[in-house]
Design a protein around this ligand. Structure first.
Ligand SMILES: [Zn+2]
Length: 504
């Protein structure tokens, strides 16, 4: 007989310093998929739930869907929105128990979701709260396996209320599907009585910026190699390294290592402590100095190969950025750069462009609206090249196959009426993380032909854009809610002392 397994996704990366608020509407302009819609949204996609679904048959799991809620990173989740989503998940588990029994839970959370009102009024550990509530509901005998993003801030509640946490191993995150498969297999092993996971968490006092947390280079390479060595040892099921999302201002922020052993708590502890000790040793390698916009642009224009990507890392909506800061764009436009492309979140500009119509020309004030401290709007005269409803499908290696809706979208050309003679700006009504080259292609632009691409992303764009950026990537230091210079942020709740905020 099949095992009845409840699945659900509640995913948000909360930036305590983001001016963008996070109500329930942030979790989907088209509503949050619930019940069977969860299957419809994820069937055939390279996501964790896609992985759960593909393994269900083989493992004899009868999956019972609850909800799949995901929002672009922004400020901590509003209390009502958090309560609603958590409530729907718990209701789904209760309903499944009423209909029969529940043998296990497979969850897809983020690990860096803060929710308002949890921590004595201060935004607190949303993922830990959800896992604890699930555990309280199903009891200790029902296994809970949970996939988490690599940017999780692992907490005692998350580890204490789950049987196994499965952290992404890639950054850019191109292994969501594989981690879903792995989580399903771990749960299957527990249900079949083949394994008995025990977990240990190690947290050295460090909060590395995200700028050098990629898994293709830098200190993560050594950390994941050490984790893999432990995974080669008998008795260790997996070792996950979560280098932290540093814009989570709460009491358990910081890099974490979670080791999962088969029945041997001491072995799990040994593995977690060993990898955490290596992380502490390598802490300095997580830091990186970036050029300011003019130096970055001069570097880009000096390169023969094209396109060059200027990565506006501090305004990464995928890290809580507003998506509408202007420092890098202004530098490029002031310098008269042409044959270039950029995306910006700007509903006012979209409305003006729709009013002007395709082929029209108008004055625009681009960006700079959400947080004046990050820079004023850029005033330009521009030609409306194309208009769109903003619907497309991701084709790059990350979340491949997921449908996107970024609201009405306009393509403006500054400096000319042909793409190659002008600076093309894709403006959308909704904020999105512009990580996939489809952000240009769906409106008819071909980014591989441009001289310069301005991308508001810290690192996830690399999976899609690096193969076409023959001129390379230049990360730029500019104002924004996701600046890699953590000294710029008014932390009040992270544990102190902590590297690199304090001399250690
Ligand atoms: Zn992440």
């Amino acid at each position: 007989m099949a095992y009845r397994v409840v699945i659900g996704r509640i995913s948000h990366e909360s930036n305590s310093f983001s001016p963008v608020r996070t109500g329930i509407e942030a979790f989907g302009a088209d509503g949050i998929p619930e019940g069977q819609e969860v299957f419809a949204h994820h069937r055939g996609t390279r996501t964790a739930i896609g992985g759960f679904m593909d393994l269900a048959g083989e493992l004899g799991l009868d999956l019972i869907p609850t909800l799949a809620a995901h929002a672009v990173p922004s400020a901590p989740v509003a209390a009502a929105a958090f309560a609603w989503m958590k409530g729907r998940l718990l209701d789904g588990i209760r309903a499944a128990r009423t209909a029969g029994r529940v043998d296990g839970l497979l969850l897809d959370l983020h690990g860096a979701m803060l929710a308002e009102g949890l921590d004595g009024g201060h935004p607190g550990d949303g993922d830990g709260d959800i896992l604890r509530a699930c555990r309280d509901l199903v009891g200790p005998g029902v296994p809970i396996v949970c996939v988490l993003d690599l940017h999780a801030n692992l907490t005692r509640a998350m580890v204490g209320s789950s049987d196994a946490l499965v952290i992404y191993r890639t950054n850019p995150h191109v292994d969501m599907y594989e981690r879903g498969v792995e989580a399903a297999r771990l749960l299957g092993g527990v249900l079949d009585g083949r394994i008995r996971p025990v977990q240990a968490l190690a947290k050295p006092p460090m909060l590395p910026p995200t700028i050098n947390q990629r898994t293709g280079e830098g200190p993560m390479v050594a950390l994941l190699a050490r984790a893999a060595q432990w995974e080669g040892r008998a008795g260790i099921l997996r070792v996950g390294v979560a280098p932290a999302f540093p814009y989570n201002d709460f009491g358990e922020a910081g890099l974490g290592v979670v080791a999962v052993a088969d029945g041997d708590a001491a072995l799990a502890r040994q593995a977690a402590d060993d990898v955490a000790a290596l992380a502490w040793e390598l802490r300095g390698q997580f830091l990186k100095r970036l050029p300011e916009p003019d130096a970055a642009l001069a570097d880009a224009m000096g390169r023969a190969a094209r396109p060059v990507v200027l990565a506006d890392v501090a305004d990464n909506p995928g890290g809580g950025g507003t998506g509408d800061t202007t420092a890098v764009l202004r530098t490029c436009l002031d310098a008269g750069v042409r044959d270039a492309m950029a995306w910006i979140h700007d509903p006012d500009t979209v409305a003006r462009a729709f009013a002007a119509g395709v082929g029209g020309e108008a004055e625009f004030a681009l960006g700079g609206r959400v947080e004046p401290a990050f820079g004023a709007p850029v005033r330009v005269r521009a030609y409306v090249h194309a208009l769109s409803d903003g619907r497309f499908v991701l084709r790059g290696p990350q979340s491949t196959g997921m449908r996107m809706g970024i609201g009405r979208t306009a393509v403006l050309l500054v400096g000319g009426q042909r793409v190659e003679d002008s600076f093309a700006i894709v403006a959308s009504e909704l904020r999105t993380a512009p990580n996939d080259a489809e952000i240009f292609r769906f409106v008819g632009l071909e980014p591989s032909r441009a001289r310069l691409l301005l991308i508001k992303s810290r690192g996830h764009f690399r999976a899609s854009f690096e193969p076409l950026a023959a001129g390379g990537v230049i990360e730029v230091d500019a104002p924004g809610a996701a600046s890699p210079d953590l000294a710029r942020f008014p932390y009040r709740a992270v544990p102190r002392p902590i590297f690199p905020l304090d001399p250690m």
